[in-house]
Design a protein around this ligand. Structure first.
Ligand code: SAH
Length: 248
């Protein structure tokens, strides 16, 4: 289970209970993504309406969630479930995070166009696509080579140009590109990796699930002020896959 708030089943049923209005939102121009169907688009908009109703307010985040075709980031047999608010398997024992958690984490870093963002844990590439849709320059690191390769190919096929995918160990960050305006961890380390804090720009934000593998983790927001001082606070109890040590 990855990217799910504590008690995924409970949370899922709570979220399912949110009133999803059938708003008619027109996508912001351009042709629909390849393989897009009206059904998928309608379900996606209903899902994002529910996410907005549950408290995510950032308009850039919500617009990106309305635009990115999540069904393209899951296995073919899971496509009918792509717009349910839950994590789904993506192979190699990993999962694509729950949409609410993706939206919540995206909003937490206050994404803006042309911001330089580092993601640890590329997985399917979905979170990276949401950030790229907002106009961020995205650098994303995945420790499992097969996932890095397939995410890179998928993002290219879907036309997400502003994303660089690297097969590597996220604990080290990406020093050649640092500093970053924002860093998102989508796998959980025991404690905040110091290299990532060092690679955060003054004024930048890190959002990360921190805690033991078998327990509940704390989704933490760390902010670095202009003087380089870091303050952290707890946002949400969550359950993510562990951040691994050592390349595969
Ligand atoms: N953000 C992804 C979901 C991530 S699942 C999406 O949108 O689909 C967490 C991912 O973190 C997994 O793919 C896992 O292989 C990766 N991961 C685990 N430990 C890592 C590490 N040390 N460095 C980079 N990636 C890691």
């Amino acid at each position: 289970m990855n990217g799910a708030p504590l008690g995924a089943t409970l949370a899922a049923s709570v979220l399912a209970g949110f009133l999803a209005t059938a708003a008619s939102c027109v996508p912001p121009g351009g042709a629909p993504p390849p393989g897009e169907s009206d059904t998928f688009r309608a379900r996606r908009h209903t899902l994002v309406d529910a996410i907005a109703a549950s408290g995510v307010r950032d308009s850039a985040t919500l617009a990106a969630m309305r635009a990115v075709p999540r069904h393209e980031f899951v296995r073919r047999q899971d496509r009918p479930n792509a717009y349910e608010d839950r994590p789904l398997p993506i192979g190699d024992g990993q999962t694509i995070s729950q949409p609410f958690v993706v939206a919540f984490m995206t909003e937490a870093v206050r994404p803006r166009p042309s911001m330089k963002v580092l993601e640890i844990g590329t997985g399917s590439g979905y979170q990276a696509a949401v950030l790229a849709e907002i106009g961020c320059r995205v650098y994303t690191i995945e420790i499992i080579r097969s996932l890095a390769d397939s995410a890179r190919a998928r993002l290219e096929r879907l036309g997400y140009r502003g994303v660089e995918v690297r097969h590597g160990d996220g604990y080290r960050g990406w020093p050649q590109v640092a500093p970053f305006d924002a860093i998102l961890l989508t796998a959980a380390p025991d404690s905040m990796p110091s290299a990532l804090v060092e690679q955060l720009a003054p004024g930048g934000r890190i959002v990360a699930p921190i805690g033991a593998e078998d327990g509940v983790q704390s989704l933490v927001l760390a902010e670095k002020d202009a003087a380089g001082r870091v303050s952290t606070r707890h946002l949400l109890p969550v359950r993510f896959v562990p951040m691994r040590k050592g390349l595969r």
